[in-house]
Write a protein that binds this ligand. Structure first.
Ligand code: C5P
Length: 265
């Protein structure tokens, strides 16, 4: 599990302030039931089980007292279950209007002395512990930025909207085919030296609306600084619960015949 190198003092930021509109539950995604718990509880459980964090900071929808209470009860449960063990400090902050703003809000609440930060989507509630360890091991080995990634199974093409008479034929026109062997689907937790991630997010604060809307992960902001971003193996179990179909798959992983057996590292 551990490559034996001294690990940086690490905080895990869980971004859980999204609306979850695409899931269609009429409530923030973090509160949506998954098995007998919520999506956020599963995410918290995964982070706590990995045991890599001194602090867990969760960005929640502003004013969501139900989720604040859920975090409080989770911390109490952890403490009750491990009275002797050092458990991570669990803090919450109000998230922002975009994912990046939610990350920035959490970065502002990290304990002094934090050296590295893992940013994790609550929506990837079933990310296996092994992935957290691969990311932290890579940081311990000297990476400044590291992301979990899996090969792409589909052929991926670029397209543009058709215009003029072509709109009758089809709404989009293919402009190219990306070389699949070079492509990766990128997941969370994404790990960074804290100073580098702070610098990347400071730069992003000046973005206009369009540029800000195009920021879909933290690594892309670090790439803009020209800092090398490394990739370790992710897991298909770290699926991002976004649509009703994803929720069915996640339920299946937890409860179905594959559930117990299929824990991909
Ligand atoms: O909506 P998206 O796919 O970008 O969401 C990824 C993660 O970012 C989710 O866990 C969601 O809760 C979080 N998020 C957030 N604040 C936002 C938007 C999304 O914390 N304003």
């Amino acid at each position: 599990m551990n490559n034996g190198l001294p690990r940086p003092v690490t905080a895990v930021v869980i971004v859980a302030a999204g609306s979850g509109e695409r899931l269609g539950y009429g409530m923030p995604k973090a509160r949506v039931p998954l098995g007998s718990d919520t999506i956020l509880t599963h995410a918290l459980r995964g982070v706590a089980a990995a045991g890599v964090a001194r602090q867990i900071c969760v960005a929640l929808p502003p004013g969501d007292t139900a989720l604040q209470e859920l975090c409080g009860s989770f911390e109490a449960e952890l403490r009750a279950g491990n009275p002797e063990a050092q458990i991570p400090l669990l803090t919450t902050v109000d998230g922002g209007a975009t994912r990046a703003a939610s990350v920035r809000s959490a970065l502002g609440a990290l304990l002094d002395g934090t050296e590295a930060v893992l940013v994790h989507d609550a929506a990837r509630a079933l990310a296996p512990e092994a992935v957290f360890h691969r990311v932290v091991d890579s940081l311990a080995a000297g990476a400044v930025a590291v992301i979990p990634a899996v090969p792409v199974v589909d052929t991926v093409k670029t397209v543009t909207r058709t215009s003029g008479d072509d709109t009758v034929i089809a709404p989009e026109l293919v402009t190219g085919t990306a070389p699949r062997e070079e492509l990766r689907s990128v997941q969370t937790p994404q790990g960074f030296r804290l100073s580098t991630l702070l610098q990347a997010h400071q730069a992003a604060e000046g973005f206009g609306d369009k540029q800000a809307a195009a920021v879909t992960d933290d690594a892309m902001l670090v790439e803009l600084l020209g800092v090398p971003v490394h990739a370790v193996h992710g897991s298909t179990q770290s699926l991002k619960i976004t649509t009703p179909l994803d929720l069915i798959i996640a339920e299946g992983l937890l409860e179905g015949p594959l559930g117990i057996r299929w824990v991909e590292g």
